[in-house]
Ligand binder design. Sequence first.
Ligand code: 5RP
Length: 219
Amino acid sequence: MGKQDDLKRAAAEAAYEYVNDGEYLGVGTGSTVNHFIDVLAERKPYIPGCVSSSKASTERLRTAGFDVIDLNSAGELGVYIDGADETNEHLELIKGGGGALTREKIIASASRTFICMVDGSKQVDLLGRFPLPVEVIEMGRSSVARALVKLGGEPELRNGFVSDNGNPILDVYNLEIMNPIELEDTINAIPGVVTVGLFARRPADVLIVAAEGGVQTHK
Ligand code: 5RP
């Protein structure tokens, strides 16, 4: 296990403390979430059903012996646990490096408490060093890209990738995101955009950061 992997595992173990026995649980996507699913598999809490943000997490959860249910049957979720690509001091996030941003945003908005777990390398002063993922409808791919250029970004089509929803993703480089809520609203309003991977209108409620010095929780 590499150092960063150890930190992801430590963050996942800390996030486990927020799992409520007997309650539906929202589960995100990515390598940190994979550690979290491993922790679930080891500790075996009673979870009547998980709502998953991707086919990959669904498969992993089922293999670990957990039921995965549709969000429509679950109603409002108590807790949603996921990773992120970048976080700032306001617990605003960039997500979507794994391409599951649309389902992640839906689950986050349907959850009372969004727990985000990261290793220390994801913390930044200003969001935007990590290319901002934007899921788009295929026919609007070029027009959305032109609109993103006008906003100062450099969009690149994520090659050979379609989301679980069947859509392409543009990764937008070189954005200095001074006002994340405003940019989230602006990009959401471009026709053809399905979801922008800025989680600022609905940031995390709890951010668990695992770094060399230990695990810290921010609220
Ligand atoms: C997937 C995501 C992930 O949470 C994000 O990419 C972080 O992934 P990892 O835990 O592998 O670093 O948003 O769409």
